[in-house]
Design a protein around this ligand. Structure first.
Ligand code: FAD
Ligand code: NAP
Length: 312
């Protein structure tokens, strides 16, 4: 029986691991299905984590020291996709892995974060991975000295448009409104960038191309249809929370969830199920920031320590 299972190895999961192991738990396993470090590892830069030595470094570089620190204090890492978390009759939890393995744990911290949404335009799925991308750091280089489009008006779209402008000859920033969700300073920086053309009050009607990949985009704009002959489009239209592991056989979630599918937790990251905690982007009202996810992870671990102590 594990003392604590942590699902997800992003900032929330890693911070939970650090606090749980340093807090004296001996058998703590963090399950991660992908790259340790979470979604920020796909970001071209991060500059708002307090005390950062190299503001502006890539998310991958920034996160590279986190897991080393956790492992130093005894956190175990299992590279696996968790398919379900359920509750045993004695109040402990069963962690079911996609590979068929099952493990039991006294307490569980769910820190599965979120993943990029699809925008829903025609041709998006057909050309996904062949011109349509959700990761500028991963795919930007394929469009060196070429024109690309970026879709969205949030922090991610604006920041990644600026990043792409350093690689590509031109970036069309396509956004469905005239106003932006992104921080005003970021919008200002993008507006001053001569390589970025703002195409606002515009949506993508269709992505077209052939066997070779994306050929371009047809936009709906205020002035009518507009053709953008771009071989690449980067879509940053928000995130979906990764809550599937909490879905039970009866179709209900293991704990109370918000209407957006986020885990409802209190200030101690406790759900309505004793021993089950939520931390980071997966929880209700998450500010979706690395520093907040890390704080949540630490809080969840402290709550788990206290819960486990009271079991004896
Ligand atoms: P995540 O980072 O999403 O980590 C969750 C982890 O759980 C993932 O590694 C995932 O693989 C794993 N996982 C999910 N399901 C399973 C499963 N079933 N089994 C096993 N593992 C699973 N925030 C900032 O503060 N500053 C920034 O500059 C900034 N820039 C960003 C740029 C981009 C492009 C993006 C996408 C986000 C950015 N953010 C930024 C937001 C920040 O990355 C998130 O708020 C933060 O990573 C959330 O941490 P988390 O640990 O809750 O979740
Ligand atoms: P977001 O803030 O949800 O923004 C999504 C954008 O996509 C919005 O502008 C939205 O338009 C647009 N959009 C949504 N659905 C669309 C569709 N189907 N077609 C076209 N456009 C669509 O998402 P995000 O930018 O990925 O940010 C997620 C969270 O991470 C936010 O909380 C953000 O602050 C945080 N983050 C922070 C930083 C940072 O601190 N530096 C960096 C990146 C991300 P509308 O505005 O019209 O709704």
């Amino acid at each position: 029986m594990l003392d604590l299972a942590i699902i997800g190895g992003g900032p929330a999961g890693l911070s939970a691991g650090l606090y749980a192991t340093r807090g004296g738990l001996g058998n703590v396993v963090m399950f991660e299905r992908g790259i340790i470090g979470g979604q920020i590892t796909g970001s071209s830069e991060i500059e708002n984590y307090p005390g950062q030595k190299n503001p502006g470094e890539s998310g991958l570089d920034f996160m590279s020291t986190w897991s080393k620190q956790c492992m130093h204090f005894g956190l175990k890492h299992e590279a696996a996709n968790v398919s379900k978390v359920s509750r045993n009759e004695d109040g402990s939890f069963k962690i079911s892995l996609e590979n068929g393995k099952e493990m039991n744990a006294k307490a569980v911290i769910v820190a599965t974060g979120s993943t990029p949404k699809r925008a829903g335009f025609k041709g998006e799925d057909e050309f996904f991975g062949r011109g349509v991308s959700t990761c500028a750091t991963c795919d930007g280089f394929f469009y060196k000295n070429k024109e690309v489009a970026v879709l969205g008006g949030g922090d991610t779209a604006l920041e990644e448009a600026i990043y792409l402008s350093n690689i590509c000859s031109k970036v069309y920033l396509v956004h469905r409104r005239d106003g932006f969700r992104a921080a005003p300073t970021t919008v200002e920086k993008a507006r001053k960038n001569e390589k970025i053309e703002f195409v606002t009050s515009a949506t993508i009607k269709e992505a077209y191309g052939d066997k070779m990949g994306l050929g371009g985009l047809t936009l709906n704009t205020k002035e009518g249809e507009r053709d953008l002959k771009v071989p690449g489009v980067f879509t940053f239209v928000g995130l979906n929370v990764n809550n599937q592991i909490l879905l039970q056989d009866d179709g209900k979630f293991l704990c109370e969830m918000s209407e957006n599918g986020e885990m409802i937790v209190d200030l101690k990251m406790r759900t309505n199920v004793p021993g089950l905690f939520g931390a980071g982007d997966i929880r209700i009202d998450a500010p979706k920031q690395v520093v907040c996810a890390a704080g949540d992870g630490a809080m969840a671990a402290l709550s788990a320590l206290s819960y486990i102590e009271n079991l004896h």
